[in-house]
Design a protein around this ligand. Structure first.
Ligand SMILES: Cc1cc2nc3c(=O)[nH]c(=O)nc-3n(C[C@H](O)[C@H](O)[C@H](O)COP(=O)(O)O)c2cc1C
Length: 301
């Protein structure tokens, strides 16, 4: 992957729209941090969560920042749908930045995770000037060690500060993923079929008290309550919000159980567990190829 950074004459950025998709809270944390940083610098910010039924507003921003959690080397399906629903009759191109949030960082094949969303935005007459990866703890398959997770969480504000510096200074940063990463990223879209099945097979255990939290929170509107128990449709795209977020821990995966972290996924719980504890050295925490992207991210200035 090659990065290309050039300096442009900065245009005044007065109004920014942050549109974000977050399944389990990491990307929401990035969106909040970005909003705080921008408003602190006098920029007016509109923040919009991407979820079924939330349509793009018509008000014009100087810059759209699209943020999403990386799913199978891609943006989640709901993000592509959201871009498709944007109007394309802009008289002038609006600038856009695409920021992906992953557990593994900017490494093969994640480097191609922004390609499709950028292409779709360009078709809608956006001028994508900036792209970047933020790394947060992993919410699937392999747990990020608490020591590494807290380093990522604590590093977020300075990473965001840097992004805002770049955006307000008119720095253009685009990357060129390798062909092999693009191929993986395309193949990753097959995950969508598995996701539908995953949703259909979620099990409800005896802890369920019919509170309806999952129905309210599902970003795909895929859950409805029937006789006080959740029933799942075929719109699941595997964000895992319902499984990790259920207040009664009543939802369990019926298939693909290996993707669910036994300890759950909760950034605040990590922060609490790590209170007053000094994390081990990065070299000890991020050993091996799997954590290469995370290590590089944390070492990067
Ligand atoms: C179905 C699924 C697929 C994922 N695929 C990837 C991936 O391809 N690469 C990666 O680095 N992380 C992947 N992740 C991890 C998330 O991108 C990461 O944990 C992110 O911080 C989650 O953001 P959220 O809490 O806003 O949903 C995946 C997570 C899920 C649930």
């Amino acid at each position: 992957m090659q990065g290309k950074t050039i300096m442009e004459m900065p245009q005044k950025t007065n109004k920014v729209k942050i549109a974000y998709f977050s399944g389990t809270g990491s990307t929401a944390r990035v969106a909040d941090t970005l909003e705080r940083e921008l408003t602190g610098r006098g920029v007016s910010v509109v923040k919009l969560e991407i979820r079924a039924g939330n349509h793009p507003s018509n008000d014009k921003e100087d810059l759209l920042i699209l943020l999403f959690a990386v799913h199978a080397f891609n943006a989640p399906k709901i993000v592509y749908k959201w871009i498709d629903s944007l109007s394309s009759d802009n008289k002038r191109p609006v600038s856009a930045a695409v920021i992906s949030v992953s557990g593994g960082g900017e490494m093969t094949p994640n480097t191609a995770c922004r390609v499709s969303s950028i292409r779709k935005l360009e078709k809608k007459n956006f001028r994508v000037v900036y792209e970047k990866m933020i790394v947060m703890p992993s919410n699937w398959v392999v747990k990020t060690d608490d020591g590494l997770a807290i380093r990522l969480i604590e590093r977020l504000p300075s990473k965001v500060e840097r992004i805002v510096d770049d955006l307000l200074a008119g720095i253009v940063h685009r990357t060129r993923p390798k062909l092999i990463d693009r191929i993986f990223s395309r193949a990753g879209k097959m995950e969508k079929t598995g996701a539908k099945l995953f949703g259909k097979k979620i099990r409800v255990n005896e802890n369920c008290n019919g509170c309806g939290w999952c129905e309210k929170k599902c970003p795909a509107n895929n859950i409805s309550m029937l006789d006080n128990k959740p029933v799942f449709g075929s719109e699941c795209f595997l964000c895992l919000k319902c499984i990790y977020g259920c207040p009664n821990k009543a939802l369990k995966a019926g298939i693909f159980k290996f993707i669910i972290l036994k300890e759950g996924y909760d950034l605040r719980a990590v922060e609490k567990r790590m209170e007053g504890i000094k994390p081990a050295r990065l070299e000890e925490l991020a050993k091996g190829y799997l954590w290469k992207g995370v290590k590089e991210y944390l070492l990067e200035e």
